[in-house]
Design a protein around this ligand. Structure first.
Ligand code: ADP
Ligand code: GLC
Length: 475
């Protein structure tokens, strides 16, 4: 058994703002089947407190970046957790990243440096008799793990992997905070964690971890290009030999149309239509001849939904409909609310786990027009539920959908529709193609069947992570 500590700022079903949580929550069970014993280190946010069973105290920290902390062991379902109980850092109402003024909490650098510091301490000294052989850090919030391990003199004992779920978020702080963040000033250089005159938690991880991964092979290649690297493409090129792309899977128990308690469970496409009727009733949509398309997404620049606003008239003109669930940037929320004045558009602004399942089960297609998408999970849910993904040709969206090209249709293997470049014109073309294919029931149903048969679980990717853990283990 390889002992691995997974370190992240979110973990489903305990606390979630996006796909990071789904992945962090699914990894332990997927890897248990590969002989990996994984524990997950997470802040003890208020939202987590009611959902876990605390089993003991592992160690105390007298001063964890400004106050005392207690490191707890806990379980939740099959998850084996280590939690950081530090009220001064995590005991806040509202979002885990954003304060009531809509801006990042001012002390986010310290809040997540503390997460990385406790991870490194656990790696260096163990916790309750358990010492990880490998620390698997996720995104910038765990970026300082290799740095602190280095300062604790433990890099020769503990292997490190950093997974990039989204390179757009760097975890920046002003250099005046070097001391507060307990960082080694000598490493505040271009070869270390300095990034254009600021401290970058992500760069610390990118430079320091033994291996880097990202969540799809295409995104791994994109990261080395300046259009996608967000200023870190040079670092990615420098570390290309350490980098690999391992595609995310989905939790096939949570997302299973045959057993999903949030929907009317179905095994056949005929039964799926009952969910469509129920969804139309729930969302107040009339019957229509064209495809019912859904979106479940954060409403941000990344997701390209401004392009959908622009092209919506084409979809509606062809008899299509839109049902959207999302939240994010205010102007986009308002724009979609406005679009919902059309009878064939239904919009729910907010976060709603149950409705996300009902949308994906009841729709004919799911739209993901992202400008960049490291992996993307909703298109995978769509595949599993026989809901055709209509996606931009980028990142994980490129790796998971078989485009309905004439050749793929001819061979009967298509499972979705891809468009490129990511422009309104190309999306318009994809919507027209969707409506045309939907109007040919035999073709559409064949695509749905292909989608539902496409493997979207963790099998091969869990094997790849397990292999990587063995590679970085230090003895
Ligand atoms: P990202 O992590 O960039 O947001 P992903 O596609 O990887 O994109 O993951 C998004 C996850 O968040 C999915 O599980 C999706 O179902 C969920 N999600 C996004 N927005 C909402 C929402 N408004 N309500 C419920 N679930 C949502
Ligand atoms: C990020 C990415 C998304 C990916 C998720 C899980 O939030 O934006 O594409 O699926 O992480 O890895």
């Amino acid at each position: 058994m390889t002992r691995v500590l997974s370190v992240a700022s979110e973990c489903a079903p305990l606390v979630k703002t996006g796909g990071l949580a789904d992945v962090v929550g699914a990894l332990p069970a997927a890897l248990a089947r590969q002989g990996v014993e994984m524990r997950t280190l997470l802040p003890y946010y208020p939202a987590v407190q009611s959902k876990v069973t605390v089993t003991g105290t592992l160690f105390d920290v007298a001063d964890l970046f400004g106050g005392p902390a207690r490191i707890l062991s806990a379980t939740s379902g099959a998850l084996d957790l280590i939690l950081i109980d530090a009220g001064h850092l995590y005991d806040r109402a509202g979002s885990i990243y954003i304060g009531p003024d809509g801006r990042d909490w001012g002390d986010n650098p310290e809040r997540f440096a503390a997460l990385s510091w406790v991870a490194a301490k656990t790696g260096a000294e163990g916790a309750g008799g358990w010492t990880p052989e490998v620390i698997h850090a996720h995104d910038w919030q765990a970026g300082f793990v290799p740095e602190y391990l280095h300062m604790m003199g433990a890099t020769s004992r503990v292997g490190t992997i950093l997974t990039i779920h989204n390179i757009a978020f760097h975890g920046l702080a002003d250099p005046g905070r070097l001391g507060a963040l307990r960082l080694n000033r000598n490493r505040y250089t271009r070869e270390g964690f300095e990034f254009w005159g600021r401290i970058s938690a992500l760069k610390a991880g990118l430079m320091g971890a033994d291996r880097l991964t990202t969540v799809s092979p295409t995104y791994a290649a994109e990261l080395m290009r300046d259009e996608f690297g967000m200023g870190l493409d040079g670092v990615m090129r420098l570390r290309r030999d350490a980098l690999s792309g391992i595609l995310n899977g989905i939790d096939e128990d949570v997302w299973n149309p045959a057993t999903d308690p949030a929907i009317i469970p179905y095994k056949s496409l005929k039964e799926k239509t009952v969910n469509k009727q129920a969804l139309r009733t729930e969302m107040g949509l009339p019957d229509s001849a064209g495809p019912l398309c859904c979106v479940v997404s954060r409403l941000t620049e990344q997701k390209g939904l401004d392009l959908l606003l622009e092209t919506l008239p084409t979809l509606l003109h062809r008899g299509g409909q839109l049902a959207l669930l999302g939240s994010g940037e205010k102007w986009m929320e308002d724009a979609f609310r406005n679009a919902a004045r059309d009878a064939n558009v239904a919009v729910k602004i907010g976060y709603d786990e149950g409705l996300s399942h009902r949308l994906i089960a009841g729709s004919d297609a799911i739209l993901v027009p992202s400008r960049f998408e490291p992996c993307g999970l909703t298109q995978l849910y769509g595949l599993r539920y026989g809901t055709i993904p209509v996606v931009a040709l980028t990142g994980g969206l490129a790796d998971t959908v078989i485009h309905a090209s004439p050749a793929a249709l001819g061979m009967g293997v298509a499972s979705g529709i891809q468009f490129s470049p990511v422009t309104a014109d190309a999306l318009r073309g994809a919507l027209v193609q969707s409506c045309d294919l939907y109007a040919q029931p035999a073709v559409w149903e064949q695509m749905q069947g292909n989608a539902m048969r496409q493997p979207v679980g963790w099998g091969p990717s869990a094997k790849a992570y397990a292999g990587l853990y063995r590679d970085v283990t230090k003895h």
